[in-house]
Each structure stands twice: as C-alpha cells, then as structure tokens.
Design a protein around this ligand. Structure first.
Ligand SMILES: Cc1cc2nc3c(=O)[nH]c(=O)nc-3n(C[C@H](O)[C@H](O)[C@H](O)COP(=O)(O)O)c2cc1C
Length: 337
C-alpha cells in the first residue's frame, strides 16, 4: 500500500512544481488535484476541516453526501461494520433534504478552496429531477447522479442495475441542468459497459466508477446479520481489484467518446491512484481511506507528482488510459478457471 514510483532516471526529473503537475480540467472545471473526496465519506464538505492539518485544498473536488428531496433518517443500526480489508455500510442515505442543503449548507462552503459536487439520489425519477433542479439553481459546481446506492429499499441501485432505467434517470436530469453531470455506476450488474454506453447516450458528461459492492456479515452468536439493514455496501481496499477492472471496462466505452471517469474503490495510496489512472481514470476518488487517515490526500498527491516527475511526464492526463495489453490477448480467457 506504500506510495511507489519508478526510480528517477538521470535527466528525467522535471522541475515542474507539484501544483502545476497535478492541476487539471475535469468537465470544464479547474481541479487543483486529480483527487476527489467521495460522497458519504466527508459529510457536506465541512466535516474534516476540523481535523488539524486537513485542507479541502488538497482535493480537486469534494462530493457531498447523497441528497434526496425530503429529509431521511437513514437505516436502523448497526450501519457500519469493519471487515477484512474494508468496511460494510448501510447508512440508508441519511440527509437533511435538498432544501436544507441548498439554503443552509451551501452558503457556508468556501468555493475558493475546491470544487463542490452534489450527490443526487431518489426513489422515483421525479425525485431525481426535482433534486437536480434545485442544485442547478445553486452555486454547486457539478452534479453526480447516484443510481447505485445499494442501501435503500426503493430507487438507488434499482435504477443503476438496469441500463434502460439508468438512461431514463440521466436523460431526465440532463433536461433540467446545464451543469456538469456525472453518473455513478454500480458494480453490482452484469455488464457495466452497456450501462456506461446508455448513460453516455443519455447525456452524462462523466462517469464515477464504482459505488460499493453488496455484501454482508453475520454475528454467529445471534445468527443475525451484523448490519441492521441485513446487507450493506462493501468499500475499502477489499474492492480495489474489482473497481480497477470496472474502470478499465468503462474506459473502453467512454474513452473514444471523450467521457472522463472518476475511478474509485479502495484507493489508499499513490500507487493505488496511479493504477486507476493507468486503467483509464482522469480523476480518482478517496473515500474509506479517510476514515483511518484523514491526511492521506497529502501523501497521495505527492506520490503521484513524484511518479510523474520520475517518468518525465508533465501532467496526469499523459498517464490516463495508458494500460498496456497483458501477455494473453485481452479478455481471451476467464481469469479463474
Ligand atoms: C459510509 C459511506 C457512505 C456512503 N454514502 C454514499 C452516498 O451517499 N452516495 C454515494 O454515491 N456513495 C456513497 N458511498 C460510496 C462512496 O462514495 C464510494 O463510492 C465507495 O465507498 C468506494 O470508494 P472507497 O472504497 O474509496 O470508499 C458511501 C460510502 C461509505 C463508506
């Protein structure tokens, strides 16, 4: 999990500053870094600013907690539990509702620090549209549509696992906003490429890949699921190999259409982030890693910059999607049989 980079070749090191190496444009927005702090892991953008040494400026963008039309109390406890190399959560989209977020929370955010992205969720297409419309009429920089939340009974992943439904949500939200629209895809579906294709056709400007992977834990003393909801979404290093493959698959569809990807799932180090960038992510998401090291972004930023210098590259963009084929023809055989 350490930040690794190739040895510095003589003369390859560039004098470029870290900030100029990391600065990039994403959907027309200026990002100071390719790092995006993920929805549900940073509250509404103010939570970590109380931690000494943490700065929102270390991230290119921050995605706010998933927001619905009306306030939601979320699921009954337990809502989180630690698992080997990861965690399960079933928060149930607890949030104060879009009206409160737009009127009470957004005015308190410092938009000079970073870009802020809303995360929109709903139980019906009408709710997605209404929440998107409210954020469109606000200072928010971009809107992420969460059609992949596995932790609510209606909506969320019910839209995300059926490509035709995903496309209907994206199409409807696209009609009510000109802000950059990012669609967050579910890994819990048969062919993420087909879903990505439909969402691009429906007008999304970017894709987030991936949301959590469904899973469960059982308390052997009681014989009951540990998570109150019965099941939850698995995040953290345990899902990194899954996420990486999904990013590579979505890149095959999104790359030729010029649609950028925010790659995410288990990233805890610069090495992890670089893998996602090589697989095809233009920006990379940091979520669960923040729970055990709120200052992790600094190390990841400097590790990425170090790697770019070592390879004589001038920007993250030069590394995006540079994955080389494996020794066997790509995808020729199933990996485990
Ligand atoms: C406690 C928790 C709450 C989350 N809430 C949301 C949410 O509201 N909306 C959303 O789109 N994703 C949500 N996610 C998913 C993350 O944004 C991210 O996609 C996922 O955790 C994978 O990244 P990671 O392994 O780096 O955490 C949540 C994840 C966690 C751990």
């Amino acid at each position: 999990m350490s930040a690794t980079a190739a040895p510095v070749a003589p003369g390859a090191a560039s004098a470029a500053s870290q900030s100029s190496l990391l600065a990039m444009r994403f959907c027309g927005l200026e990002f100071a870094s390719p790092l995006v702090l993920l929805s549900g892991c940073v509250g509404f953008g103010e939570e970590y600013t109380r931690v000494e040494g943490f700065s929102n400026r270390d991230a290119g963008a921050i995605v706010l907690k998933g927001t619905t039309g009306a306030p939601r109390l979320g699921n009954a406890p337990h809502r989180v539990c630690e698992t080997p190399a990861g965690m399960l959560n079933a928060i149930g989209l607890q949030n104060p509702g879009v009206d409160h977020v737009v009127r009470q929370i957004l005015p308190g955010l410092d938009f000079t620090e970073t870009r802020f992205i809303a995360n929109v969720c709903g139980s019906t297409i009408e709710e997605y549209v209404e929440v998107t419309r409210r954020f469109d009429d606000s200072p928010i920089d971009a809107i992420e549509i969460n059609i992949s939340c596995p932790n609510i009974k209606e909506g969320g992943v019910q839209f995300g696992n059926v490509p035709a439904m995903s496309a209907r949500v994206v199409e409807a939200c696209r009609r009510v906003t000109a802000k950059p629209l990012i669609t967050k895809l579910s890994p819990n579906q048969t062919d993420i490429r087909e879903n990505a294709r439909r969402c691009i056709d429906a007008g999304t400007d970017a894709l987030s890949v991936i949301n959590t992977v469904t899973g469960m834990a059982i308390d052997v003393a009681t014989g009951r699921p540990v998570i109150g909801n019965g099941q939850g979404g698995l995040s953290g290093p345990a899902i990194k190999p899954i996420a990486l493959l999904k990013v590579k698959e979505v890149r095959q569809v999104a790359g030729p259409r010029g649609i950028p990807i925010i790659g995410q799932g288990g990233i805890v180090s610069a090495h992890d982030a670089l893998e996602f960038i090589i697989a095809g992510a233009s920006a990379v998401g940091i979520g669960t890693a923040l729970f055990y090291d709120p200052l992790v972004c600094r190390a990841i930023n400097s590790g990425i910059a170090h790697h770019l210098r070592a390879r004589g590259l001038n920007s993250v963009a030069e590394l995006v999607g540079t994955l080389q084929p494996g020794a066997l023809a790509d995808g020729a055989v199933c990996g485990s049989c």
